[in-house]
Write a protein that binds this ligand. Structure first.
Ligand code: SF4
Length: 252
């Protein structure tokens, strides 16, 4: 089966434990205006203009070829490392992703995923994933839909479902000014996360940054974020409220 990959390489931070071979898969069903990989959004790839030259954002491979690469990199997966699939949104290429997760699992390779958890069959993957990171961008469906283009209902349903049986689950909250960063927002996030009923859930709050801004221009798309910055005080207030309400906050 074919799979479109945006980029790939080893990384020792943020994408799961240890040294990991990280695959960024092409395609995303959300459209976050702060996305730092906007070239990853179009399902079939984005034509980027870099230094006057045009380049397609992704390359197509066969899943067998990708798995051979994973096997040959096994020695490098030290300190509890393995393979991570992120994006874009990795579940957009669900069948190819599942094949690779199954092959990794059968070969004893540690697997991780970072996902917006919105795919209808997302929960099917849970047993194949050792380290799961899900993005929870907002607790309110309307606000989620207004800003990102899709509601959060399936995401919340899926997180609730996988939380019932997982011993590990990391939730990423991207903290975006004028979107989800107020004290009231923090309380609502805490309420939602506690309602998942799993003491093993950790949360990492990731502050807005503009790292992807130039890429929007390279993709010939307008960067529409104007006021996403969050002050140190707002970040502290937000995380303090989560902690006070019994949410485990970590930094990876
Ligand atoms: S879900 Fe992630 S990859 Fe998709 S648009 Fe949002 S930030 Fe970008």
């Amino acid at each position: 089966m074919k799979i479109r990959i945006l980029h790939k390489g080893f990384n020792f931070s943020q994408d799961g434990p240890g040294n990991r071979l990280v695959y960024h898969l092409q395609g995303c069903n959300f459209f976050c205006p702060w996305c730092s990989n906007p070239e990853s959004i179009a399902f079939d790839g984005t034509l980027m203009r870099i230094d006057g030259k045009e380049k397609l954002s992704c390359t197509e491979y066969d899943t067998d070829e990708v798995f051979d690469e994973i096997l040959s990199g096994k020695m490098m997966m030290f300190s509890g490392g393995g393979v991570t699939f992120t994006g874009g949104e990795p579940t957009v290429q669900f069948d190819a992703l599942k094949i690779l997760l199954e092959k990794c699992k059968n070969s004893g390779i540690n697997t991780a995923i970072e996902s917006n958890a919105s795919h209808i069959k997302f929960c099917e993957l849970s047993d194949l994933i050792d380290y799961m990171i899900v993005d929870l961008k907002h607790y309110d469906s309307e606000k989620h839909k207004d800003t990102i283009g899709s509601s959060n209902e399936r995401t919340i349903k899926n997180i609730r479902e996988v939380a019932k049986k997982r011993n590990q689950l990391l939730i990423h909250i991207p903290l975006i000014g004028n979107f989800n960063s107020s004290k009231e927002d923090a309380l609502k996030f805490a309420e939602l996360i506690k309602s998942f009923g799993n003491e093993k859930i950790d949360v990492e709050v990731l502050r807005y940054h503009e790292y992807g801004k130039d890429k929007w221009l390279q993709c010939n798309m307008e960067y529409k974020m104007e006021s996403g910055n969050v002050t140190d005080e707002e970040y502290k207030d937000f995380t303090d409220i989560l902690k006070k309400n019994g949410v485990s906050i970590i930094k990876t």
